[in-house]
Design a protein around this ligand. Structure first.
Ligand code: ZN
Length: 135
């Protein structure tokens, strides 16, 4: 079952400049920073009420975020992540409904969560992440 929007993933060219914007212009506080080797990204998280903002800067040209920034040089909303109580069951539900999974098997994402993505061609253009706390 999906319980809420966990976070909104935003691709940025510069984590440092973006962090200053969120801190100074919006008054949010950076709560956590982490490099996620599997996705070749450096991340920063902010609380915005119950929802988090996840800033993503590529650490390599092969990063999926680097490819996104090639098409969207200013950066922008990259994905929406839903928290689920049952990641495997949620992936099966999506797959049974005809949605192509980018990851059939969840992997460890930032902040100690297990995550998997649904293909945006099957989600009406929104790259969709499903996430759950690591068991
Ligand atoms: Zn995410």
């Amino acid at each position: 079952m999906i319980t809420r929007i966990d976070h909104i993933g935003i691709a940025v060219c510069s984590l440092e400049k973006s962090i200053s914007y969120y801190e100074q212009a919006l008054g949010l506080k950076c709560e956590h920073r982490e490099v996620v080797e599997s996705q070749k990204v450096s991340t920063a998280f902010f609380h915005a009420g119950e929802v988090h903002i996840e800033l993503l800067e590529p650490t390599s040209p092969e990063s999926p975020i680097a490819k996104f920034l090639e098409k969207n040089p200013a950066g922008g909303v990259h994905h929406i992540a839903f928290a689920t109580t049952d990641l495997t069951g949620q992936l099966k539900q999506a797959s049974d409904a005809g949605v192509k999974l980018i990851h059939e098997i969840p992997f460890e994402g930032a902040a100690g969560k297990m995550v998997a993505f649904l293909h945006p061609k099957f989600t009406h253009g929104v790259l969709t992440e499903l996430c759950a706390p690591k068991a």
